[in-house]
Ligand binder design. Structure first.
Ligand code: C2E
Ligand code: MG
Ligand code: MG
Ligand code: MG
Length: 281
């Protein structure tokens, strides 16, 4: 839980730990039944080309509505799913649902739609990941190049040899890879060269401070230059203002996601966005 200042954190320490623990236990108990009760759904946030303003793809984001807890943010339940191992089954559902949806959009629009799926570290290190991706993509007839997997830096710091083999296997399928939340983990720039990734997503915290704080602007600028030199595409996350977008355009960032263009929307709303996109041509 984030608190505004340290005094407050100390003051509420004992009360809030009990409350947090209760909440975590409640989430965990409900999470165990959420799949079979069909409480999950996906929403999709557009990713936009900065140069021409067109949608280039979407990121699938998991949503959970539970009768007892209401709408629970993935920021709350994903870490619990990760810790309990429930993420394996939930992640398999996300992949399946994404591929099913991609096929349905393509059937309706006639063009492949690119979608990125988030993988948590535990999912990424799970043994059958590669065969399960191959199987899912094959069953739904999804062009592998339309699917992208987003992995955070924390999934990459251990077992480098294994990670390298796995990433090459994913690339051999034709599926793309991106590094999510870039800049927040224990970034080692060396792995950008070693691992076969196509895209970097600059974390929202750096974008938020663009225009307020020179350090963030310097960091964003460096990451974009680095990505260009390594021939990686670069995406800015969490763009909320025209000012941020103008700065990113100036810095030659390739793509952005953010509330400025659109929040994550339902599968039906994606169809409407794709129609509007077509008429932009
Ligand atoms: P993420 O992968 O970095 O996803 C981006 C998050 O930033 C999303 O939050 C999105 O709604 C939010 N966002 C996008 N644009 C803006 C903006 O302009 N302003 C602000 N304030 N926020 C913006 P969301 O959907 O709550 O997801 C949070 C995190 O939960 C994700 O971060 C990802 O790490 C995790 N997550 C979501 N879905 C899945 C999933 O299917 N599997 C796994 N393993 N993790 C997921
Ligand atoms: Mg992501
Ligand atoms: Mg991200
Ligand atoms: Mg993020």
């Amino acid at each position: 839980r984030e608190t505004g200042n340290d005094d407050e954190a100390i003051h509420f320490f004992s009360a809030s730990t009990h409350h947090d623990l209760d909440e975590r236990l409640a989430i965990e108990a409900q999470l165990r039944r959420a799949l079979e009760r069909q409480e999950f759904r996906l929403e999709y946030q557009p990713k936009v080309n900065i140069a021409d303003g067109r949608i280039v793809g979407f990121e699938a984001l998991l949503r959970w509505a539970n009768p007892m807890l209401g709408e629970v943010s993935p920021v709350r339940f994903i870490p619990i799913a990760e810790r309990t191992g429930l993420i394996i089954a939930i992640g398999a559902w996300v992949l399946e649902e994404t591929c099913r949806q991609m096929r349905s959009w393509t059937a309706r629009t006639g063009v492949p739609v690119k979608v990125a799926v988030n993988l948590s570290p535990r999912q990424f290190h799970q043994k059958d990941l590669l065969p399960s991706i191959r199987d899912c993509v094959g069953r739904w007839g999804v062009p592998p190049g339309s699917l992208e997997l987003e992995i955070t830096e924390t999934a990459l710091v251990s077992r480098e040899q294994e990670v390298d083999v796995l990433m090459r296997g994913i690339r051999a399928l034709g599926v793309e890879l991106s590094i999510d939340d870039f800049g927040t983990g224990y970034s080692s720039l060396a792995y950008l060269k070693r691992f076969p990734v196509q895209r970097l997503k600059i974390d929202r915290t750096f974008i938020r401070d663009l225009g307020q704080d020179d350090d963030s602007a310097a960091i964003v600028h460096s990451v974009i230059s680095l990505a260009r030199n390594l021939k990686l595409a670069v995406v800015a996350e969490g763009v909320e203002t025209e000012e941020q977008l103008a700065m990113l355009r100036e810095m030659q960032c390739d793509e952005f996601q953010g509330f400025l263009f659109s929040r994550a929307v339902s599968a039906d709303q994606v169809m409407a966005l794709l129609e509007a996109n077509k008429s932009l041509a």
